[in-house]
Structures are given as C-alpha cells and as structure tokens.
Design a protein around this ligand. Structure first.
Ligand SMILES: *Cc1c(COP(=O)(O)O)cnc(C)c1O
Length: 432
C-alpha cells in the first residue's frame, strides 16, 4: 500500500465513516492515529498520548506488543481462517485447553464467537435452550440495575434501560431487574442496598421461573464503573444455585487481570455455570468472543435428535489468527512480569487517585487496575462534562473517556507509575 497523506485520509473519514457511539453532528471529525506502542498512541499530527482507557478496555499488555504482532503475522501466513463446523485447528484447540485450565473450575467447554455481545447472546440462548431441553422450560433472566452486556438485542435486553436502549424499548424482552448492591461506607457490614438486592433475588428465585442470572462480577463497567463486594456476589450465587438458576459471569471487561485477579470470579468460592470473555482476550489485537460452559450444561444438548443442537455460529467463529493472538497474550502472562506491572498500577491508583479525589471532594473507588472518581451529585451518561473533559485531557496528552461525569482510569499493563501520576496531574488540572 503506498502511503497516503494523512490530511487526505482524514477527509475521507469525515466523508464516509459513521463512527460508533458518536453524535456525528457534534463530533464530525475524528482524531487520526498513526501508530501505537505500549501505553501510548502516536497521532497523525505528531502528538503522543497516554491511552488511559486501554482503547475502550481492550488493549491489555500494550499497543503493538511485538510478541502478539509476530504471532498474528505467522498465523496469517499459515492458516488465516477455516469453517469451524466439522473442522478445527491448532490455535483454537490449544487456546480452549488453556482457558479451561485457567478459568474457574467447572467451566469445561468453550464456544467461540466474535465479540462480547455475541458471547452474551450465546450464554443467554444456551440457558434458555437448556431449560427447554430439560423438559422444564424457564424463560426469565435476572439482571442487575446499571448492567451493561452489549449492544445486540439480547444483550441490550439484559442491560439496564438507558439512552443506549431507549429507541428499542418496545422490542426488548423484559428481564427481572435486581437493585444494585451498593456497598456501605465501611464495606464490612451489610448495607441496606445489599440487603435489598439479596432479598429481591431470593424472592424472584423462589418463583421457580428464572432460567439464568447474568452479572458483571464485582465491577459494572459501562453502567458507571460500579464496584460491588465479593461476599455479596457469593451469597447471590448461593441463592441462585439453591434454586437451580444458571449463573452467567460476564467477564468481558473484568477478565485477564483487570480487577487484580486473573478473573473477577476467582474471588468467590462458588463458581459460575457460564462465563463470557472478549475485550482483552486477544491482548486487545483482534475481535474474539468466548462463552465457557459447564459439562452439565453441555451434556444436556447431547442427543441422537438433531433438533437438540445449539444452532448458533458466526462466519468467523474460532478464527485462527484471533486464537493465535490470544495464545500469545497468555504467553506474555507466563513469560513477562505482568503481575508486577498490574501491582504497580494498583499501587499508583491507591496512592495518587485517592489523594486527587479527596482534594476535589470526589468519591473514589478502585478495584485492581480500575480507578474511579465522581462527584456525589453526578448525573448520567449524557452529561456534557464527558465531552468537555475528554477534549481537555486530550489537549494535555491523555486519552480519557468519562462516563458522563464519572472519570475513570483503566490503563494497559505497560503503563508505568509515571504514566499514571501524569494522568492524575491532568485530572487534577481538569477539576480545578
Ligand atoms: C463491552 C462489554 C460487552 C460487549 O462487548 P462488545 O465486544 O463491545 O460487544 C459485554 N459485556 C461487558 C461486561 C462489557 O464490558
């Protein structure tokens, strides 16, 4: 490809591209990115910016990590894609084995798809079909207030109703909504919100009509970066299990170390029946979704009768290049000091994030590598602050994308303490 002048392609972007989550009248022009390296993006205008949100929560180790880039190039030249019904290949098989080994026990089968939303659709469809095949149909889904599970119809239905879902309101199946278990100030005694959450769950579970409970373990992402306690989730899972309800841990965001353990579900003694993964799974290089299921669930679909098949698949299911990228990302975990890097980020947040928040009278919360600060009277996603702060931060060399007026950092593991401190200095200036 002969290089094209960046002024030229930026014009073509403006002429031809409809960007995601973007009001194209307010933001007609996008920022051109030339290349990425580690925690940094290099813009077409020569600036270098710190990617404090891992490019929408996907970039795991860092941009253009050489090991992952190399694995992708090698795999592309070897086997780039093959039909995944009746056929298979080495990268998907090795990846499935490794993920079954490192995910919570009991998740023994891997179903591939393309992204987080499809991984969620698969988990929901498996749950509903499971109960049909069981001969005891259950069709209701339990989901949390403020949940976010993706943008396809089933995932939207499970997600909280919001400006994102409003145009489709009449077409979404209804779910049983559980109040968010907001922890109390001291985080050790049970709060009123936590008690209400558990009581509502118990009441709904005992109706016997709930097929599955889907939740983002310990961190609700797009719904406002809300943190909840493992003790409460564990009690919730116990209630669900006691009533035979399938539990679906949506770890699309929380997987691969973001919350300080490999998976957020690692903190609970009781394990989910289904788990969804995406975002960081390929190190943030290529799209891939994955739904892990228990053997018991898988076996309910086994039959001589072809009607009892899970009829779901996507053209690129189990793509070899994505699988090779995911394997390379797991190798980075094995061979580089990833947990030390994570610890550096955790410590930097603890020290500097809480200080800046206190200085400006904001609430502060943190789970692992994710730090969040917000005003006590914060408003919703469409707060004008998000665009204003995002633009100002960018002028100072930091990529932030506040959720309304909730500011958060979710940096790639290549970030140094100086990078994090620099981001907090910019946030400090924004809040002045
Ligand atoms: C981002 C996200 C999804 C959707 O993933 P996409 O790849 O954007 O479709 C689902 N669940 C959670 C928890 C997410 O954060």
């Amino acid at each position: 490809m002969t290089p094209i002048n960046s002024q030229e392609w930026l014009k073509w972007d403006e002429a031809y591209i409809w960007h995601p989550y973007t009001q194209m009248q307010l933001v007609p022009r996008s920022i051109g990115v030339e290349r990425g390296e580690g925690a940094y993006l290099y813009l077409q205008d020569g600036r270098r910016i710190f990617d404090a949100i891992s490019s929408w929560w996907v970039t795991l180790h860092g941009h253009a990590h050489p090991r992952i880039a190399h694995a992708i190039a090698q795999q592309a030249a070897h086997l780039e894609q093959v039909i995944f019904a009746g056929f298979t290949h080495e990268p998907a098989s090795v990846l499935a084995k490794k993920l079954v080994e490192i995910t919570p026990r009991g998740l023994d089968k891997v179903f591939f798809s393309d992204n987080g939303s499809t991984a969620v659709e698969v988990a929901l469809k498996m749950s509903i079909q499971f109960w049909k095949l069981n001969g005891t149909p259950r069709t209701k889904i339990l989901a949390l207030e403020h949940a976010y599970h993706g943008d396809t119809f089933g995932a939207m239905a499970a997600s909280a109703r919001s400006p994102f879902t409003a145009p489709f309101e009449d077409m979404l199946f209804s779910v049983v909504r559980l109040p968010f278990p907001e922890p109390g100030e001291d985080r050790t005694t049970i709060s009123d919100a936590e008690r209400l959450f558990l009581a509502t769950l118990e009441r709904e579970a005992s109706t016997g009509s709930i097929a599955a409970f889907i939740y983002e373990p310990l961190l609700l992402g797009a719904g406002g970066m809300l943190v909840w306690r493992p003790e409460i989730l564990e009690q919730a899972m116990n209630i669900a299990k006691a009533h035979g309800i399938l539990t679906i841990a949506d770890e699309v965001l929380t997987g691969f170390g973001r919350t300080g353990t490999m998976f957020a579900s690692d903190r609970m003694a009781i394990k989910p029946d289904l788990m969804t993964l995406s975002k960081g799974i390929t190190g943030g290089f290529l799209p891939m979704g994955m739904t892990l299921a228990s053997s018991a669930l898988f076996e309910r679909f086994l039959s001589e009768d072809r009607h009892r098949t899970f009829f779901h698949g996507h053209s690129y299911t189990g793509n070899p290049i994505s699988a090779a990228a995911a394997l390379a990302s797991l190798e980075v975990f094995e061979e580089e000091p990833v947990w030390e890097r994570i610890e550096t980020i955790v410590k930097a947040h603890e020290t500097f994030g809480s200080t800046i928040a206190r200085k400006h009278g904001l609430t502060y919360r943190q789970i692992g590598t994710v730090a969040v600060m917000e005003r006590r009277d914060h408003t919703g996603y469409l707060s004008t602050k998000s665009l204003e702060w995002g633009a100002k931060a960018l002028e100072r060399g930091i990529l932030l994308r506040p959720l309304g007026d909730t500011i958060y950092l979710l940096p790639p593991y290549a970030s140094t303490e100086e990078d994090i401190v620099g981001a907090y200095e910019v946030i400090d200036a924004l809040l002045e």
